[in-house]
Design a protein around this ligand. Structure first.
Ligand code: PEP
Ligand code: MN
Length: 263
């Protein structure tokens, strides 16, 4: 995945003219977890109203506590996919283990590898064999080089449709959920030809501070942003404290696009 190997920036093609690449600015938004039909529809309506073409949402959720909501599973994914297809929206959703890849394959546009699975090397090997884009998040305590090596697993196994995501790392700081490492953006953009996107939601973990960090990520050179939004964040099944309501989301999208124009 090094620039020494391939000088020109990679293009991840999602079809219908939608491409994630340097020179485009990708916006992916949606809830932390897919909850039900009403929630999916309300989110789709919000995305369409704001010209956002990619919806995020987990159906297999890696939760710290086994008693927390762990997602709707494959039936939830099928519902999520069908509703998005009907509305011309692409989906990105997390795959947690090798056995989920085959049943998920026909119902995802981008496989997300979460921070807890960045070094699940068996999962990466298998994702290297599928013909679907993969977005790999930086590990919870992962270095930039470790993220690049994780991408190397997928790339060297044959899947070049890769996106990297900075989502914050664990540090000694306790004032925020994680420490969003925007240093990673210019460093990654220099080291690799892959598109780099930033997740300010998990990066800082506090709703009020998502917007400034998202805008900072744009100016740092990110090729896109992925963030959490929900009609009623206080009722969200997971990550409500870092989730924007639709008014906040709309404001962010407008500012992201205006900021990208300044770059
Ligand atoms: C998520 O995107 O909801 C998620 C679990 O992210 P991460 O793997 O970065 O913690
Ligand atoms: Mn989340």
């Amino acid at each position: 995945v090094s620039r020494k190997w391939k000088v020109n920036p990679s293009v991840v093609d999602l079809g219908n003219g939608l491409q994630i690449k340097q020179g485009n600015f990708a916006i992916m938004a949606g809830p932390c977890s897919i909850e039900d039909e009403t929630q999916i529809q309300k989110t789709i309506d919000h995305l369409k109203a704001n010209n956002i073409q990619i919806m995020r949402g987990g159906v297999f959720k890696p939760r710290s506590s086994p008693y927390s909501f762990r997602g709707l599973g494959i039936d939830g994914l099928k519902l999520f996919y069908r509703m998005c297809r009907e509305n011309g929206i692409k989906i990105i959703t997390e795959v947690m283990q090798v056995s989920q890849i085959a049943p998920m394959l026909d119902y995802v546009d981008i496989f997300q590898v979460g921070a807890r699975n960045t070094q699940n090397f068996n999962l990466l090997d298998e994702l290297g064999k599928v013909d679907k884009p993969v977005m790999i998040k930086r590990g919870i305590s992962g270095t930039i080089d470790e993220l690049l090596y994780s991408a190397e697993y997928v790339f060297s196994a044959g899947n070049e449709k890769l996106i990297l995501c900075e989502r914050g790392i664990r540090t000694y700081e306790t004032a925020s959920r994680n420490t969003l490492d925007l240093n990673a953006v210019p460093i990654l953009k220099d080291k690799t030809h892959l598109p780099v996107i930033v997740d300010p939601s998990h990066g800082i973990g506090i709703r009020e501070y998502i917007e400034p960090m998202a805008l900072a990520a744009v100016m740092a050179g990110a090729d896109g942003i992925i963030y959490e939004t929900h009609e009623k964040p206080e009722e969200a099944a997971s990550d409500g404290a870092q989730t924007l309501n639709f008014a906040e989301s709309e404001r962010l999208v407008n500012k992201l696009r205006a900021t990208y124009e300044l770059r």
